[in-house]
Design a protein around this ligand. Structure first.
Ligand code: LLP
Length: 422
């Protein structure tokens, strides 16, 4: 459930009319609902009744510091993958002991900063990284808490580009190697094994791949403990899907996911860390955009929007479905078929093809739904289009939480070398 609904003929974000935001901030603009963010976080937490998992929001899904702060106040930790994300999380008030650091290419600079922040866990993704982390920790006189990200070689049955748990993916260390790697941790003086972690992919719509992977990992935890490793927690990653397309199968509810995890965990005396991103932020945001032109082609109608693939890359990158709805509630039930496209010079700059929609006119506002995760964070300035702003709504109030980049700011990043000066 989200908080974007029609009221008196107007699409609202909580108690604010999206049309008012467009009027005041311009379009395109990302709009997030605080109530939805909080609700999703609570629903997810409540799915683990009786257990108190550490929920580390995957910052890559939405890294705006106001969004992070909203979640931090609910008790969220953070899953970060870069120094920038680590800084965003700490700026938002998330303490080091609630931060886990994933990613296949952590640099020494990132390791040092994370050690200084006292993070809970380095999710180590290769043997080379483990050796590097040991050296860095030794240099700064610390012991790095380590978890090996194991690759369980399980098919997540999701889009190939967001699948991470198969042996051909670059992520993690083969689970068959885990034993040897944990043995190596014991030999190294500046790292200490505290956990095992995994993440098999994103937008999963079935529980079975999760279950298969989790069972594999728990078997491993038992073996490691038997060998004297002090494994205190398991980090089960993120990946639970959200409903994007009302006509597609509905992904499992957080409650069913939680139940399955508690069942698999059984009597393992282990704390649980989870890293949801999309589930928390996805349906808490829309991309608000205006129709620039209506173009009637030979056999189709194009709605040309002022948002484009550089602002929301998901449809172009993953053929992702996003609902698109008019901001002014359609008066009648008339429907037609149209393509929603952006102005970028690429044939893939299409948000929706052959979409059934109420008829629109130039100037009409539309909301591209489910854009709160992997939306603004993946934006680029392709075609020299400035990054779009972000707005956070809370009840009747709203605030710009990232201002629109100006063309001046964008252009001033370039510099012309002396030999080209006139
Ligand atoms: N933990 C790790 C280690 C991850 O790599 C990811 C996502 C997550 C947690 C969060 O997964 P979530 O709960 O959001 O599914 N840009 C793509 C999604 C890439 C996900 C990458 N890793 C998209 O727009 O669909």
């Amino acid at each position: 459930m989200d908080h974007f609904e029609y009221r008196d003929g107007q699409l609202m974000a909580e108690d604010v009319a999206l049309a008012d935001i467009a009027e005041s901030v311009g379009t395109p603009v990302y709009v997030y609902s605080s109530a939805t963010l909080k609700r999703h976080f609570r629903v997810f937490r409540e799915a683990f009744a009786g257990v108190n998992p550490l929920i580390c929001f995957a910052v890559k899904a939405n890294s705006n510091q106001a969004v992070l702060k909203t979640l931090a106040r609910e008790g969220a930790g953070a899953d970060v993958v870069s120094l920038g994300e680590l800084m965003r999380a700490t700026n938002a008030g998330i303490p080091g002991e609630r931060i886990v650091f994933s990613g296949v290419g952590k640099t020494e600079e990132e390791m040092e900063a994370a050690l200084a922040a006292g993070i809970k866990q380095f999710s180590v993704e290769s043997e080379a990284e483990l050796e590097a982390l040991n050296l860095v920790a030794g240099r700064v006189g610390k012991i790095a808490p380590v978890s090996i990200r194991v690759n369980p070689d399980v098919d997540a049955m999701t889009h190939a580009k967001i699948s991470t748990g198969k042996s051909e993916n670059k992520f993690g260390i083969a689970w068959t190697r885990a034993d040897a790697v944990y043995a190596r941790i014991k030999e190294l003086p500046h790292v200490k094994a505290v956990a095992v972690n995994l993440h098999i992919g994103s937008q999963l719509t079935k529980l079975e791949p999760f279950r298969e992977a989790f069972e594999r990992v728990l078997g491993l935890v038992r073996d490691l403990r038997a060998k004297g490793h002090d494994i205190r927690h398991v980090d089960l990653g993120g990946g639970l899907g959200i409903p994007y397309d009302p006509e597609a199968a509905t992904p499992p509810a957080p409650a069913a996911y939680g139940e399955m995890i508690l069942e698999v965990m059984g009597d393992m005396d282990c704390d649980i860390i989870l890293e949801p991103g999309r589930l928390i932020a996805g349906n808490a945001g829309v991309l608000l955009t205006r129709t620039i032109y209506v173009k009637t082609g030979e056999n189709r109608t194009f709605y040309i929007l002022d948002a484009a693939m550089n602002d929301l890359a998901r449809p172009a990158m993953y053929d992702a479905y996003h609902g698109i709805v008019p901001v002014a509630e359609p008066a009648g039930s008339e429907k037609m078929t149209a393509d929603f496209v952006g102005p970028v010079c690429e044939s893939s700059d299409v948000f929706a093809k052959d979409r059934k929609t109420a008829p629109l006119e130039a100037g009409d506002l539309v909301a591209i739904k489910s854009a709160g995760a992997y939306g603004a964070v993946m934006a680029s300035t392709y075609n020299s289009r400035p990054l779009v702003p972000e707005v956070l709504v809370d009840g009747e109030r709203f605030a710009v939480i990232r201002k629109r980049q100006t063309l001046q700011e964008l252009l001033s990043l370039d510099s012309v070398p002396s030999w080209l000066e006139d």
